[in-house]
Design a binder for this molecule. Sequence first.
Ligand code: NAD
Length: 332
Amino acid sequence: MSQKILVAGAGGFIGGHLVAHLLRQGHKDIRAVDIKPFEDWYQKFPNVENVQADLQLKDACDRATKGATLVYNLAADMGGMGFIELNRGLCMLSVLINTHLLMASRDNGVKRFFYSSSACVYNASKQTDPNMTALREEDAYPAMPEDGYGWEKLFSERMCRHFMEDFKLPTRVARFHNVYGPEGTWDGGREKAPAAICRKVIAAKLAKKHEIEIWGTGNQTRSFMYIDDCITGIEKIFHSDNVTFPINLGSAEKVTINQLVDMVEDIAAIKLKRNYKLDAPKGVNGRNSDNTLIEKMLKWEPNTSLRTGMEKTYAWIYDQMTNPEKSRNFRR
Ligand code: NAD
């Protein structure tokens, strides 16, 4: 509990929840770093060393890792499909964050390093059918990941592997499959499907305009992992002695986007006319997490039902849209 922990990307969705979790666990020496101004952090805690810095810069990574024993890298320029399909160069520049953090961690004697990879590393040809079989870890190769964002993730995974082999820096890598929950991005263009659908349904309800725009045909399939499962999984993987390779961290509860909309309509007690925007960014046709390996290695897999998680997410976004002063950044 006395070790210094660096959480990179702590002003973001997952990083903020991770800091909250570490504090609950009794950790006292946490350094939280993000490029965003403090007022834009989703969660910010007074008893933490909060730093605003650009971790694409090597100097900033040196300062951030100084004295740290454990490093979690959750910093990346990222967003939902609407962002990553249109900002490939920006997404690839996140390679500077992970590369410089790895180098600084090695030089400052860090004992363990976590990297947040993504299901976007998987070979696109295995995701053309909504009824595809769930993705196993080996399906990342031969490499044909999501252009831009996925290539950066795959490259950075390998960088972690080689820093472990060559420089003896223990690294752990999880491939997150769509994470959702309160205190994350829900508007502005970087939001992902669960938050975007909640926002659109709430907006329709508040405006009494019973229509919703859906990107693609709505038949594309995905699985969505609730944030609490993501944090539990990060910790299990990070502290595991034998998960020394990239591993899926995602729910295996596959749904179509139309089914996700059905669920949110049900939570909101509303029915909407659906307008399908077929030329909008929509990603691969089918994606789901095969959890055989995580079950085998950790005797655990994400298990929050989509309905339970979406009810909490809907309630939080509803508060953001109707009473932002009361609800936003309440932990400041
Ligand atoms: P997020 O955008 O909410 O958080 C990322 C944070 O990184 C942001 O606060 C951002 O300001 C910060 N950041 C970006 N550039 C930085 C820089 N140069 N220096 C310092 N901080 C910088 O995203 P998130 O959902 O919390 O994602 C966290 C990690 O998990 C990312 O690596 C992301 O690629 C990965 N991931 C997330 C999902 C998901 O569904 N949310 C899925 C797969 C992978």
